[in-house]
Design a protein around this ligand. Structure first.
Ligand SMILES: [Zn+2]
Length: 430
């Protein structure tokens, strides 16, 4: 249920309801004090003239004289006062409910247990909200992110993993299953229970054989067990021979994650450079480059990467240049890039272009060559060169003002547009 009201109405409504609730509660508990009168504590009959502690009306025997001076508490009315207070609470959470859903105002534990009984989307959304709670929190003016595992207690992670294990077997919907995958892997990791962890991992590994390709791909990445890297590598290598092209790529992606985190799996990536599927070769090249970028030199990969020089697939030749540049450093990398920018193969030129674009600072002769590629015979190279023109240092652009000016009237509209933008910018800077 969602009440669509403007926030001022909600807040004033909540305020009035709170005042009514508090007024009623105060009246019920404190309004009818004795004020010097003696009354029966049970039926409130006046006992000012009574001579004993026994009520002449109902026969109730007070324990002491003091008991006749008690304040009358109207318990039923006190209970009734909770209604406007509940209404106020209901209204007060509406802005948050409208923004983040009902799950955001329910405790995570309730939602985690509720999932066992009811797996409607709002329950999942509520759990998802709690897993990401710190992002966009109104009190967090700085957007630092708390690691996701800190958003639940360890026992909550275990409960969540168990709730998911109860649900996942019967779940037919692919997107829902991939959500469960991420919770299982987080629960396995953050739950701190070895047996539960193994059960979660087994469930994820089982989904590597799921008929839905999206489910397989999500399982491929999330079933990586960093405490059992050898078996994880074995499973990823098996995926490389899957019938489905995107599942094969997911296998390479898993190997890349393993290699980046553990430095193992690189030999399997090098083997994948020989795969008959060009997409696998390309991804393996990219993965080797990413490993070198994030976790240091991978010298054993250089020769196998270099050997793809005459690969039949243009995108492999393109990616080869990027990866070679990642595997080399300093002058060697720039030498490779510069040669690629002058290569007869447009795919190789394109590889050099992106390898140059990703690196700073850039030798000025390379920057000049990047500008010259705007006049390349190959339309794709021209388009990519146009796309990176504005990232070339201004001093080089100013030195090449004449060249840029001539490109402003180029036949290719992409080139004209990019050159014009930069041309007017440097002319304004002069
Ligand atoms: Zn009485």
């Amino acid at each position: 249920m969602t009440i669509m009201l403007a926030h001022p109405f909600i807040w004033s409504g909540a305020f009035v309801a709170t005042l009514c609730g508090i007024a009623l509660l105060v009246w019920a508990l404190f309004a009818d004090r004795a004020r010097g009168r003696r009354r029966c504590g049970k039926c409130w009959y006046p006992m000012d003239r009574a001579t004993s502690l026994r009520c002449p009306e109902c026969g109730h025997e007070a324990k002491s004289d003091r008991a006749l001076y008690r304040t009358r508490r109207r318990r039923k009315w006190a209970a009734v006062s909770l209604l406007p207070l509940l209404l106020a609470a209901f209204l007060a959470v509406q802005p948050k409910v409208q923004r983040d859903g009902w799950g955001s105002v329910m405790p995570a534990t309730v939602l985690i247990l509720l999932l066992r009984l009811d797996d409607r989307q709002s329950v999942l959304d509520g759990i998802e909200y709690h897993l990401n709670e710190t992002q966009g929190h109104p009190l967090m003016t700085l957007s630092w992110s708390v690691p996701m595992e800190d958003n639940l207690w360890q026992w909550q992670w275990r409960w969540l993993a168990r709730s998911v294990l109860m649900r996942i077997e019967d779940e037919e919907r692919g997107p829902r299953r991939t959500t469960y995958h991420s919770w299982l892997s987080l629960g396995a990791y953050a739950g701190g229970d070895a047996a539960l962890r193994q059960t979660c991992m087994d469930a994820l590994v089982r989904d590597l054989a799921h008929p839905d390709g999206n489910v397989r791909r999500s399982a491929a990445v999330l079933s990586i067990d960093y405490e059992d890297v050898e078996n994880s590598i074995g499973r990823a290598v098996e995926l490389l021979d899957h019938d489905d092209a995107r599942t094969r790529v997911a296998g390479v992606m898993s190997l890349r994650l393993i290699a980046q985190r553990t430095r193992r799996g690189v030999p399997a990536l090098i083997d994948a450079l020989q795969h008959e599927d060009a997409a696998v070769r390309r991804q393996a090249l990219w993965a080797i480059g990413a490993t070198a970028r994030s976790s240091g030199p991978v010298p054993e990969a250089f020769d196998p990467v270099y050997a793809l020089e005459h690969d039949e697939d243009g995108d492999v030749r393109y990616q080869r240049i990027m990866t070679l540049a990642d595997l080399l450093s300093g002058d060697e990398a720039w030498y490779t890039i510069d040669s690629a920018l002058r290569h007869e193969d447009p795919h190789v030129r394109r590889g050099g272009l992106y390898a140059a674009y990703e690196r700073h600072p850039r030798p000025s002769h390379v920057s000049v060559r990047l500008i010259e590629l705007l006049d390349d015979p190959d339309a794709t190279v021209r388009r990519h060169a146009s796309g990176i023109l504005e990232y070339i240092d201004d001093d080089v652009l100013m030195e090449q003002a004449d060249l840029l000016k001539s490109l402003v009237s180029h036949d290719d509209p992409d080139v004209r547009r990019a050159a014009a933008v930069v041309w007017y910018r440097i002319r304004g800077a002069e």
